[in-house]
Design a protein around this ligand. Structure first.
Ligand SMILES: Nc1nc2c(ncn2[C@@H]2O[C@H](COP(=O)(O)OP(=O)(O)OP(=O)(O)O)[C@@H](O)[C@H]2O)c(=O)[nH]1
Ligand SMILES: [Mg+2]
Length: 305
């Protein structure tokens, strides 16, 4: 039976031990051929900050986690693990990858496809956004690319009704990377969804990281386990992103973030310890996520704090 279908019928969680994590361990793990195509891109066009850019400026409170940590008894990013904490100049630099310049660097929608064989073959790193229907995948990409031309943004259709995105949608930023918007799982899932998404993760060689979106209003639900267990079973490194943080008060956010941290600590092996908190509406956490995408796709180095 297809793995995804099996997961849909199996809401029990697989308990896996969590190894100690550091950025260097992750890089080593990712450069290991056993994970091959899911590693950090080895592209040679990594860009470095200029000498002026490199002058570290003070970090700004751009990361919603720093504002939340004082209200959470345990460290949100586990002790002994490095946090992704870029300097302000690095964040500014990363935003350029999400901004069209001229003919040489455009943000464009390049493909709609429900079958993996129809996707373009190229040497550009991809990151994929997955999550249950209505969690905010298309909205998040829309905000990441808010400076893209309106024709591109219109393609990123958003709806309060679940099941809006019906196929893989590829958005490319220059030759730097491609963001993949996926159909959501759960309510109204189209019949071809299982093959389309599962085959993508099995075969897409340029995928460097997956972002699993979790609704901050709800915390981790049974439907979210579909994607989470798929990543664990397929040995795909992924990052947890809490969406819609503008919709919750601090108390709810802490409670639902704890559900994400509990899942991470007890059931995940391939999840980055640091969750990202974002709002596609207020823009909170967006610049940090842009910087992480530019970094993980091998387009810039981040030395941070
Ligand atoms: N308040 C708030 N609402 C959001 C946010 N992100 C998305 N939404 C709303 O959530 C609903 C679903 O958003 P989509 O981006 O279409 O969700 P999706 O995950 O792409 O959904 P499917 O394509 O159906 O899988 C829309 O009504 C959005 O306006 C956010 O950060 N804050
Ligand atoms: Mg969508």
């Amino acid at each position: 039976m297809n793995k995804f279908r099996r997961l849909l019928g199996n809401q029990g969680m697989v308990v896996l031990s969590k190894p100690g994590f550091t950025w260097s361990k992750l890089s080593a793990l990712l450069s290991n051929t056993t994970l091959g195509s899911f590693g950090i891109s080895t592209s040679t066009n990594i860009q470095c900050l200029s000498a002026t850019d490199q002058k570290k400026t003070q970090l700004t409170p751009y990361n919603p986690i720093s504002e939340l940590q004082p209200f959470v008894a345990v460290p949100i990013i586990p002790e002994g693990t490095a946090s992704f904490n870029p300097a302000e100049s690095e964040i500014k630099f990363a935003s350029k990858f999400f901004t069209p310049k001229d003919e040489s660097y455009k943000i464009k929608h390049i493909k709609t496809a429900a079958e993996i064989d129809k996707l373009p073959k190229y040497d550009i790193p991809e990151v994929a956004f997955i999550g249950r229907s209505n969690v905010g995948k298309s909205s998040l990409i829309h905000t990441l690319f808010s400076k893209a031309p309106i024709t591109v943004l219109r393609k990123l259709s958003v709806s309060s009704k679940p099941g809006r995105t019906k196929a893989l949608q590829l958005y490319q930023a220059g030759g730097a990377f491609t963001l993949v918007d996926m159909p959501g799982y759960g309510h109204n899932m189209p019949s071809y969804f299982v093959n389309c998404v599962e085959t993508y993760f099995q075969k897409r060689t340029k995928l460097v990281r997956s972002f699993i979106l979790i609704d901050a209003v709800m915390g981790i639900t049974e439907t979210d386990l579909i994607g989470l267990q798929m990543m664990e079973e397929m040995v795909i490194p992924y990052v947890l992103v809490l969406t819609k943080i503008d919709k919750v008060n601090r108390h709810q956010l802490v409670r639902n973030l704890m559900s994400v941290m509990n899942y991470r600590d007890e059931h995940s092996r391939f999840c980055l310890p640091q969750p990202f908190l974002v709002s596609a509406h207020s823009g909170a956490g967006i610049e940090l996520l842009q910087t992480f995408i530019a970094y993980v796709t091998g387009n810039m180095l981040v030395t941070g704090s």
